[in-house]
Design a protein around this ligand. Sequence first.
Ligand SMILES: [Ca+2]
Ligand SMILES: [Ca+2]
Ligand SMILES: [Ca+2]
Length: 231
Amino acid sequence: MNNTSSRAFTLLGLLITVAILAISSTAVLIIINPAEHLKTTRDAKRVIDIRSINESLELYLSEYGGAGMGSPKTAYISLPSDDPTCAADYPSLPSLPAGWQYHCAPKATYQKIDGTGWIPVNFQSITSGSPLSHLPVDPVNSADQNLYYTYVADSSWKASAVFESKKYRVIIGDLDGDGDVDQDDLNILLTYRNQPAGTCPKCDIDGDGTITVLDARKLVLLCTRPMCATE
Ligand SMILES: [Ca+2]
Ligand SMILES: [Ca+2]
Ligand SMILES: [Ca+2]
């Protein structure tokens, strides 16, 4: 073996070693916390699903202007049930505000895009064609774990998901990021009072672009302990 080829061989060996190390360190990370890794993977799917649902809703809305988007004061959920009120299959869903009700689509049609699915919008009637071939559902889709998608068509329409990984879970109102909402978070918000949302994006809880006393009031309602007590 001459010098050049032995150097090339050494370099190749080094590259292979680096590659193996890179692969095994990723593998180690996954092995260390496989549950959290799976949660993050599922959350990534949720983000993609909810984005594609909302984009499809936008397309439908631009053509039909709010007609056929569903009934007000109804939480349409991605759990299938032949009981439209969901109660027969899921008796322990979290209680809704007064006057609101859940709606479930039948097991046979809950992923259909023709208006019989869990979102009661007929995406097939979009002139340019439906961007969705079927309605996505939560990767877990379980009432017991509180993991399912929700669609609400009240004053505005909105599909949402519940996240389960540390990476995606952000508690609204937790401005100091310590996992709760309390007086400390309120004090932070008040220092930004009457300033544009850009100065503290998480402080603009109602999303109207300005941090006001209304955001403070909303934060108080989100407090994790009575009287916004700190711990
Ligand atoms: Ca906090
Ligand atoms: Ca705290
Ligand atoms: Ca605001």
